[in-house]
Design a protein around this ligand. Structure first.
Ligand SMILES: [Zn+2]
Length: 389
């Protein structure tokens, strides 16, 4: 906008050149984004693969890779010989010294990790807690742990910090509206973290970030419609990706699948209602049933009923089960699959993949880091990186 106004009095040729320059700049930034995004999700790629993935021609790719290398975001080196005759292909890989910080406050621990662009968790710090952390505890921990991991990694450059919070987060990506298990209400965690660490900060719901991580690097890689259920000490978190967009709902309560009513005469839930999925199938009950095959069958059937209901609502391509629900699925895989098939509305329900989530204990850190990386992937030349060491 500024450029156009400034050239208002310029001769026609200069205006046209300026417009073309601005359009070229826009195209270049768009292409840098496409290339870094391809390397981010696809891992090390040859120029030929990049040509295929981005639809750009080889010479354009050469210039863009050089620019990304100059920005310190990628490296290019010779690929291992594959026995083929001809020039060895060059491999473009993301640099591992560009990291996002990821923070996960939970009822019994605080955890911070440094995650590289390729999704690798390079370093982490964890503090076990007797009582849930306050927002101030959380920020103080993040400040100290960030300096420790930065020192450990020596010279890493940081794009920002993402926090995965067990609760409802405002669409502003900064405010925790309600995290009942932590006892937090209307906490502007994003601003507090950003001010303390001096880097951009973003906050999201933990289940959404778990699904985002699995979509980027795990069991739902590249699948556009996914339902995700995670069983943890604080209940069952849910999330849904629908046609590539994370479900939010009108006020952000979408995806609270742990509170789907499964039995109207069931046990009372922390939410005040009765018979929610997370009171019917929870960690203490599963632990108690570890050697009781009939009880485990019952919990597996309840889980299957919940999945069948979610299939009616979302028509997903994949259903991912994490935490203790992933563990239950592992020991009752065929029972869950058969019951879902029997209960499903959709005729070709066997095409729906039901799977255990793949990223284990790294999932939330990777998902939170993904949010912190998003602006860099969008505009690789426009986002400054910060050295914390
Ligand atoms: Zn409930």
């Amino acid at each position: 906008m500024d450029d156009e106004q400034a050239s208002g009095d310029a001769p026609a040729e200069a205006r046209i050149a300026a417009a073309r320059g601005s359009r070229n700049d826009h195209t270049r930034r768009h292409n840098l984004s496409a290339l870094l995004t391809a390397v981010h999700y696809g891992g090390p790629l040859t120029r030929a693969q990049l040509t295929r993935d981005t639809g750009l021609n080889r010479s354009t790719i050469g210039g863009l890779v050089a620019e990304l290398a100059e920005l310190g975001l990628v490296l290019e080196d010779a690929a291992a010989e594959t026995g083929a005759v001809g020039r060895p292909s060059l491999i473009v890989r993301p640099r591992t010294d560009v990291v996002a910080l990821a923070l996960h406050p939970d009822v019994d621990a605080l955890e911070l990790g440094a995650v590289a662009i390729d999704g690798t968790v390079l370093a982490r710090r964890r503090a076990s807690l007797e009582v849930p952390p306050t927002p101030a505890d959380t920020v103080a921990f993040a400040w100290e742990a960030a300096r420790e991991v930065a020192a450990e990694l020596g010279g890493a450059r940081v794009v920002g910090i993402g926090a995965a919070v067990p609760g409802l987060v405002d669409a502003d990506g900064a405010t925790v509206v309600d995290a009942p298990h932590l006892g937090w209400r209307d906490v502007v965690l994003g601003d507090a973290l950003g001010d303390a660490l001096g880097i951009p900060a973003t906050v999201g719901n933990d289940a959404n970030m778990g699904l985002r991580a699995e979509w980027s690097f795990g069991a739902a890689k590249g699948v556009d419609t996914v339902v995700y259920l995670n069983g943890s000490a604080s209940g069952i978190g849910g999330a849904a990706l629908v046609g590539g967009r994370m479900l939010r709902g009108g006020r952000g309560y979408g995806g609270e699948f742990g509170h789907m009513m499964i039995r109207s005469d069931g046990e009372r839930c922390s939410c005040g209602r009765s018979g929610c999925l997370e009171t019917e199938v929870n960690a203490p009950r599963l632990d108690a049933a570890a050697h009781d095959a009939t009880a485990l069958d019952g919990y597996a059937e309840t889980l299957a009923a919940a999945i069948a209901n979610l299939e009616c609502a979302f028509d997903p391509d994949a259903v991912l089960l994490a935490g203790y629900l992933g563990a239950l699925f592992d020991v009752r895989r065929s029972l869950v699959t058969e019951r879902v098939k029997a209960l499903a509305f959709r005729p070709d329900v066997e095409d729906v993949v039901i799977a255990r989530a793949a990223l284990g204990g790294n999932r939330l850190l990777i998902g939170a880091a993904e949010r912190a990386f998003a602006p860099l992937l969008q505009d690789p030349a426009g986002i400054p990186l910060v050295s914390l060491a």
